[in-house]
Design a protein around this ligand. Sequence first.
Ligand SMILES: [Zn+2]
Length: 213
Amino acid sequence: MANYHPSDELLMEFTAGQKQDALGIMVACHLESCLECRKRSQVFEQLGGEILGDSQETPLSEGLLGKLLSRLGESPAPAKETDVQGDARLPRPLRRFVPGYFDSLPWSGLSKNIKEFTLPLGDNRYVAKFYKIAAGKELPVHTHEGNEFTLVMSGQFSDDAGDYKQGDFILADSDIKHQPRAGMNEDCICFAVMDAPLKFTGFFGRMLNPFMR
Ligand SMILES: [Zn+2]
């Protein structure tokens, strides 16, 4: 079971149907493999509007959440079935966006050891990609403009902050400087969702955009 999970805030937004975007798809993928978060999501669903209505003023206390969690059965319903097409080895929420399994995707090379595949999600707010890091290799040290969410799809990786395995959900913000390194035994494939780069529109935007990367 995963060690790293979405925050309660994000899980609540997702449960309330407020994350119909790339990040929502990532949360749905995590839920497929994480019983713990499925239970929490179920609690949030039961609490419904009450909590969400005034969550600004009254964050959910750990005591209340614990009580609600303990009342739940051990086997909440699995994530909703949305579609069945696509490769059955992929998490269900991704299947209709991804043309095949990892070994048959049209990867493009950032370098010999790092490949990427941009997911055609049509999301204006986020950019969504798969990254493949060759076994034992590492990404260059980098920081993030804005947030980057990562879900480990296959294999594992490590950075200064910890070790991550399949199903782990990680948030790196602009304060974090990290250098992910894939595990020695197999390539690591991650699903990453980043805030989309700022886009300018209009006349000056057209002039500036070629320089904004
Ligand atoms: Zn989880």
